[in-house]
Ligand binder design. Structure first.
Ligand SMILES: [Zn+2]
Length: 402
């Protein structure tokens, strides 16, 4: 163990985990500061802040060495969190979502067949900064995208693709943009820009916003880059499209009112989307709306089996080993079963707070977190019996110990 802890791959995983813990903790404290300073008592938002804080605790993050890919036997180091808050403000959970998107996109790409005249393109779409809050800006750009997608031009040129969004915060407000990785026919640069610019103008008009393009030809800035269809040609674009959609540290830079506004969103928008021919393979993939569904599924299944094991000593194979990663499994999602069974929906945490108050929720949450962490440790050490694991607070766990 001592030896393996020195290996550099494991060190990398540890660094990733450390970064997430520290970003997560600062996200939570930025949110708490904003709530305190603006005297916001909304219990749901306080609940959210605490979920992010707990998700970023050192004891919630594991790193493991000598996990194995059950198909190839290849060993690798991994990291992840035991309990997931699932928030878009949480760097660990956002990273997990990015991982999932990357898998989804890779699978879509694998199944694409380029016809004559078709090619892969990496496109960045920008809009002039409308000088609004983040959420309002997002509503505007979403409208532009809807208009653009419905155009005959778009339909005739773009066969399918993925779309992700990103923003940067500057002194002049939010710069929102989309990244597309898609299969298209030949695109005339200016024609493409003209179509996109028209959609911007229409949407800005609908929102009563003045629209001015600060370019020489009065069209919106668009970048189009043709990609080689080889795996390496697409790799960089996949990374770009599926990187942490909103860089974790940007939450701290957000004006407090925007941070509170974002924290108050009950159903966060999808920041990654696939469309057209990329969508055809979607059902073949694991698409999960909430990581908690999975955790609960595992939890229920595991606890029943563990109890059986304790009582009877009979070891039962409870893990679905079909869905195994290609050795890049740094997220727990890579090793989850193919289908999530339908189960009775548990009362959402938001609803719970609304009905029972924050204090009662904190008690329930502490209990849930403890159970989930334990179950997750069981899951990991059962699945990777020969691996060594420890949490970032230094406690090791393994198959024998649990
Ligand atoms: Zn989280």
């Amino acid at each position: 163990m001592q030896n393996s802890l020195q290996n550099s791959e494991l060190k990398d995983r540890e660094d990733v985990a450390e970064t997430r813990v520290s970003f997560g903790a600062s996200s939570a404290s930025a949110l708490f500061d904003a709530l305190r300073q603006n005297k916001i008592r909304d219990e749901e938002v306080w609940g959210l802040g605490n979920r992010i804080r707990i998700c970023s605790e050192r004891e919630n993050h594991w790193i493991g060495d000598e996990l194995h890919n059950t198909e190839t036997g290849e060993l690798y180091a991994g990291n992840g969190n035991l309990w997931s808050c699932g928030s878009k403000l949480c760097p660990s959970c956002v990273a997990k979502a990015s991982n999932r998107s990357r898998k989804e996109l890779k699978l879509s790409l694998k199944n694409q067949k380029l016809l004559t005249g078709e090619m892969y393109q990496f496109i960045t779409l920008t809009i002039p900064n409308p000088g609004l809050s983040l959420i309002q800006t997002r509503a505007v750009i979403d409208r532009i995208w809807t208009l653009f997608r419905k155009r005959d031009y778009f339909k005739s040129k773009v066969k399918g693709g993925s779309k992700s969004e990103e923003f940067t915060l500057t002194e002049n407000g939010y710069h929102y943009h989309y990244h597309l990785l898609c299969v298209t026919r030949f695109l005339n640069f200016n024609e493409f820009r003209r179509e996109w610019s028209e959609c911007i103008e229409i949407a800005f008009r609908e929102f009563n916003l003045p629209c001015e393009f600060k370019t020489e030809d009065g069209l919106a800035m668009v970048k189009i880059k043709r990609l080689s269809s080889s795996a390496s040609g697409l790799k960089g674009a996949i990374q770009e499209v599926c990187k942490y959609v909103t860089k974790s540290d940007s939450w701290e830079k957000l004006p407090q009112k925007d941070l509170v506004e974002i924290a108050s969103i009950k159903r966060f928008w999808r920041m990654f989307e696939i469309f057209g021919s990329f969508r055809a393979q979607r059902n073949a993939n694991v698409v999960l709306e909430s990581p908690n569904v999975f955790i609960t599924y595992l939890l229920t299944k595991l606890i029943v089996e563990i109890l059986k094991y304790i009582q009877t000593g009979e070891r039962i194979t409870i893990l679905d080993t079909k869905q195994i990663s290609d050795g890049e499994c740094s997220s727990e999602f890579a090793d989850l079963p193919e289908k999530v069974p339908k189960r009775q929906k548990e009362v959402s945490w938001r609803k719970y707070i609304l009905e029972n108050g924050l204090e009662s929720y904190f008690e329930k949450l502490a209990e849930q977190v403890e159970k989930t962490r334990y179950a997750r440790k069981c899951f990991l050490s059962l699945k990777y019996k020969f691996a060594t694991f420890r949490t970032l607070d230094g406690v090791s766990f393994s198959f024998e110990q649990l």
